[in-house]
Ligand binder design. Structure first.
Ligand SMILES: C[S@@+](CC[C@H](N)C(=O)[O-])C[C@H]1O[C@@H](n2cnc3c(N)ncnc32)[C@H](O)[C@@H]1O
Length: 335
């Protein structure tokens, strides 16, 4: 077995230590692996136990072949290549990705109703890191807004988004300091994107520069470092659909309690593992995974220092059927 330093990936944009997802298959994280297996089978693989077992088998086989010339990244790429076909052939991933977009749309709309926000048909929406584009298409439709501009570093919009009226797309290019448009926007959406950017704060700054004062921005992020006390002080999250943190009686669900009891390092590895599986094994878009996860308050401090008022932070738990990460929805107003 490799030295633990083999899995070390330095620190992320918030200075938290990050690792190769393969570290999960070392002796030290046996307990975490069992927790991840249980959660993956329950939430992600819909009882298809063999999917996790296959991932584990391939990772362990490839780790056993490691020599001095292979970095952990080389091994990850080999595992991705081997798993890609076998994991995607049954089509279950695509269904989950669409289902996930509908859930996120419902969550954004629930926050709008909760905060009694109103929009006009002439408002314009900007989505940074739009991916399939389905979320913004659905939100635009529900809010009866006429126009949206999607941006991403890769264009993998769904066909129905490509042919949709009132939706444009611009490729977002390095060094990410401008978007090719003269327009200003009143609504912005960036879901599960900031932690994929090598320099999320620069991307955020660029997005902010296209928003008018008073604009509303919806950010969904995968977070780390959340504990029971933080959850208990954020009980208003129950208003959001598909959150899995609480039972109907308001108590925290037992598998979420287990998650909250993990150490901060284990929570980081938990997030890394699912981010990698979802973006690198299930998707074939070569999505960047720098694991720029922060605590929700790290993000809020950053948003406030960038002239945004945090209207509310919703804790959603494992709310999505594809990426099993602890999510928060931050609703911000540009001052
Ligand atoms: C997990 S996907 C989320 C897609 C979509 N927002 C959603 O929630 O379905 C992360 C997205 O971030 C995009 N991304 C990565 N680096 C980026 C950057 N520097 N600027 C903007 N988007 C970026 C990726 O191409 C990918 O589409």
């Amino acid at each position: 077995m490799q030295e633990y330093s083999f899995f070390d990936k330095g620190v992320n944009c918030f200075d938290y230590a990050k690792y190769s997802p393969l570290i999960l298959f070392t002796h030290k994280y046996q307990h975490l692996k069992e927790k991840i297996r249980r959660d993956a089978v329950k939430y992600l693989f819909a009882d298809k136990r063999h999917i996790f077992d296959e991932i584990e088998k391939v990772c362990i086989e490839e780790l056993a072949k490691v020599n001095q010339n292979r970095s952990s990244l080389d091994v990850e790429h080999e595992v991705e290549r081997k798993l890609h076909f076998s994991q995607n052939q049954n089509g279950f991933v695509h269904n989950r990705l669409s289902e996930r977009c509908y859930r996120i749309k419902d969550q954004i709309i629930a926050s709008i109703n909760d905060l009694t926000l109103t929009f006009s048909p002439t408002d314009k929406i900007l989505d940074v890191g739009a991916g399939s584009g389905l979320i913004t298409q659905l939100v635009k439709h529900e809010l009866e807004i006429n126009y949206a501009l999607l941006t991403d570093v890769v264009d993998y919009r769904y066909p129905e988004v490509r042919s949709s009226r009132g939706i444009d797309f611009k490729l977002f290019k390095q060094p990410f300091n401008k978007i090719e448009t003269d327009q200003k926007f009143q609504v912005a959406i960036t879901t599960n994107t900031l932690h994929h950017c090598d320099h999320p704060k620069e991307v955020f700054k660029t997005m902010a520069s296209y928003l008018e004062p008073g604009s509303i921005l919806f950010v969904i992020e995968s977070c780390i470092g959340i504990d029971k006390d933080y959850v208990k002080s954020n009980l208003h999250s129950t208003k959001i659909p598909c959150q899995t943190l609480y039972h109907e009686n308001g108590s925290i669900q037992s598998d979420q309690l287990e998650y909250l009891d993990l150490t901060n390092e284990e929570k980081m590895i938990y997030g890394i593992f699912f981010d990698w599986i979802y973006n690198r094994v299930f998707l074939n878009e070569n999505i960047n995974v720098p694991y720029n996860f922060g605590h929700p308050e790290d993000w809020n401090i950053y948003f406030e220092s960038s002239n945004f008022e945090v209207l509310k932070t919703y804790l959603m738990g494992f709310d999505q059927p594809a990426a099993l990460e602890f999510h928060t929805l931050h609703v911000l107003r540009k001052t």
